[in-house]
Design a protein around this ligand. Sequence first.
Ligand SMILES: Cc1cc2nc3c(=O)[nH]c(=O)nc-3n(C[C@H](O)[C@H](O)[C@H](O)COP(=O)(O)OP(=O)(O)OC[C@H]3O[C@@H](n4cnc5c(N)ncnc54)[C@H](O)[C@@H]3O)c2cc1C
Length: 401
Amino acid sequence: MDLKSGYPWWAVKNGLLQAFPPLEQDLRCDVLVVGGGITGALTADAFARHGHEVAVVERRDIAWGSSAASTGLLQYEIDAHMVDLAREYGEDAAVLAYRACAEAIPALQTLARELRDVGFGTARSLYFASRRRDGPGLQAEYALRAKHGFEVTWLPSQELEARYGIQAPAAILSRLGGHLDPYRTAYRLLGRLRRRGSGVYDRTAIVHVQTTSRGIVATTSGGVRIRAAHLVFAAGYANQKWLKQDVARNRSSYAFVTDPVDRGLLGELRRTMVWESARPYLYMRPTGDGRLLVGGEDDAVDIPARRDARVGKKARVLYKRVSKMFPHLPLRPAFSWAGTFAETKDGLPYFGAHPQHGPRVLFAMAYGGNGITYSMAGARLLRALVERRRHPLARLFAFDR
Ligand SMILES: Cc1cc2nc3c(=O)[nH]c(=O)nc-3n(C[C@H](O)[C@H](O)[C@H](O)COP(=O)(O)OP(=O)(O)OC[C@H]3O[C@@H](n4cnc5c(N)ncnc54)[C@H](O)[C@@H]3O)c2cc1C
């Protein structure tokens, strides 16, 4: 399935950074990671750093799936409010999920420092109430986050307008947040893994997996066999093809990037990501070179040709909305695109084994608006599972939670 349409900004900006060899000979390793997007890269890195012999296979070019379309916001805030998660799973579990994403941001920052030049920046996150009736819910959310030590500020309408020029009933301003270039990060990480001795292969598709009590045998479309103690499916939305259980709904999400905007005019938007309580939400973030990346307008389209046809219209709707919000900004759209996106019912991801495949096959399904922070947290959880250690997120991210 083609996972994106139009001109995803990262692919335009970076081009194809590096080709890896396809796998042409049988191979043995400890952990085979299927999928060379940001999730596969972070997962492989988590294992390789701790002495596991890792191989990564990607059926196309590296990061050419949803990672190329992602707008790269790093938020500890999950699409599901902490209040809603607390109602469903209890307050401790809700806080655990939020903390896991919060801890992922500085961990990603450290990684970005090691890799250098992957477009990482810190940014605040401003979450505003789209309608008056969303105000009380947002205030409850603010109170719960503040109670558990998250650095949040409540901005009433007047202050929100004075600081950000946004006319809305109220907002939560979070101190912790960031953004990066997920495409470049995946390339740089996998390139480094390869230099350090891990196998990284592109144009290598896994078409069959057999499990035994001691491991797995994965077969590529070219008939090459990989034997490993564990396999991690980090195949993005294609993960669902390997499961009979229906765990998520595929959707399309749309985005555009503007030409660089005068920094003085951007003001606070230079260091703030903005999103809202309406669903689907409009969101935006700055880039290092002074552009605004704007996204949203999600719909249920799951057919690439139909999604392609909608990119222009959706980008115009997004442009109109953001121009109305910030009439003083001379915004000129430069590139627009769309990508596949998946949602789980409760907004939480799935990381772990599924009874259909047994304990040797693990899934990394970082679904939702926080795919990258989920991947960072989930990679640690998967390593703990392989090393047979307990992990606090195991239950909450499990298929049978
Ligand atoms: C428009 C848009 C904006 C988004 N914005 C954000 C954001 O701001 N922040 C955020 O955190 N997330 C965001 N997301 C979600 C984001 O895309 C994901 O978090 C992340 O990119 C998913 O990465 P992934 O590696 O799991 O999937 P992918 O990048 O799709 O990688 C999976 C890879 O597996 C490969 N593969 C599949 N099957 C096989 C096989 N059988 N053999 C070998 N390889 C295989 C595919 O070719 C693919 O390259 C956004 C998504 C969209 C569409």
